[in-house]
Every structure is written in C-alpha cells, then in structure tokens.
Design a binder for this molecule. Sequence first.
Ligand code: ATP
Length: 225
Amino acid sequence: MISTQNVHRTYQSGETSVHALKGVDLEIETGEFLSIAGPSGSGKTTLLNILGCIDSADEGVVHIDGTEITSIPHGKLASFRREKLGFVFQSFNLIPVLSAYENVALALNLLKIPEDEIKKRTMALLKEVGLEGMENRRPGKLSGGQQQRVAIARALIKEPAIVLADEPTANLDSETGQEILELMKKMNSKTNTTFIFSTHDKMVMDYARRLVLLHDGYVQKDERR
Ligand SMILES: Nc1ncnc2c1ncn2[C@@H]1O[C@H](COP(=O)(O)OP(=O)(O)OP(=O)(O)O)[C@@H](O)[C@H]1O
C-alpha cells in the first residue's frame, strides 16, 4: 500500500549539498508495524517527511494507497494528507490552550461530522488510549506520556490508513516510552492501521515487527521479525 522506488532527496544550502536519501526502495503492506531506524543524519526524518507528503523526492516514485503522490495537484495534497495520514511527533505538538478532548476532536470538527458523533468517537478513543477522566485537562496538566497518548488519539481519530511517528519516544523516559510503544502496538492490532515510526533507540527498534535500517541515505538492512 506504500511503495517507494529509487527515492532520492538532496538538500541544497548555499554552496553545499547533502544527499540525504540515495535511492530508497520499500514496499510496505497495510497493517505493518515498522520502524525506520538508523544513526543521526541517516535520513529517517527525510524519508518520513516524504511518506507524509510534507516534503517531496527529487527523483523516484512514491505510491500511497494506489496514488502516486507527486501526481496529486498541490491544492489537493492537504486533503489527501488529512484523509490518509496521521502524525505523531517527538515533542507531542498539542495545542496548549485546548483540552485533551478538544485536541483530539479538532480533527473531526474540520471534517464537519455531527457533534454527537464527534463526542462519542472522541470519548471512546480517549478511553482506549488510557485517558478516561482526563479529557478536560490541558496539555500543561498532563505528563509527557499522557500528552503522547493524546497525540496518538489525535492521529487515529480520523481513522487514517497510516500513522507516521518521528521519534515518538525521544522525549520520554524509557519506561514511559515502552508504554507508548505498547499502546501503538495495541492500536495497530486493533485497527490494522499501518504504523511507521523512526528511532535511533535500540529498545524502540525491538518493538517493531519490521526494521528498516538506514545508513547514510541507503537501506542497509530490512528485516521482519
Ligand atoms: N533542511 C535541511 N537542509 C540541509 N540539510 C538537511 C536538512 N534536513 C536534513 N538535512 C541533512 O540531511 C541528512 C539527513 O537528515 P535527517 O534529518 O533526515 O536524518 P535523521 O536520520 O532523521 O537524523 P536525526 O536522527 O538526527 O533526526 C543529514 O545530513 C542532515 O544534516
């Protein structure tokens, strides 16, 4: 359902250019729980940004759910992204003045879904991610792990095909990080949403059912467990 063929990306800054991806070929099936791993600078964020339609390849082809993403007209890319993809970030990126409930429900408000359905879906999902009773708290009144739970609910509320998570545990202690990975794994099994997360942490890699190891812009290893 995702395929990349010979994906290259070079960053140009002044006189210097950095060849961040040097021909990445991947086939990712629906429902995979996949980690893109590798040392700092190996190209993980660059690849995730391309899969997330935030950035585009200079060369090569990327298909998501049968659509070649470079063929999507610029004006339609945002709605493609909204419909198909959910995002989780290392620094949670919640809206600080909104409650946990409002942060999650916001994505549905934008889709113009009836109020009672929004409430039902949001409350059920917040319960699912372990935040029952905390719906009215703002991010500042939640721990890092709880904030990441809100972010996972926010990513999943639209029932996207794919959740992309760039270093989702990097700002958490290892025990909380493991709880977040367990939650992602549970939601992956329950919903069959494809999860793709990046990390350079060995413990995080060990949770993946498939490990794609990048090194210096190449896929060095691609193993299923
Ligand atoms: N906007 C940019 N301009 C110039 N070079 C960039 C830019 N973004 C990334 N790079 C370079 O591209 C290479 C790959 O970066 P990328 O952020 O994809 O790696 P990464 O594996 O995610 O690293 P990290 O684990 O440190 O986040 C690095 O050499 C980086 O310095």
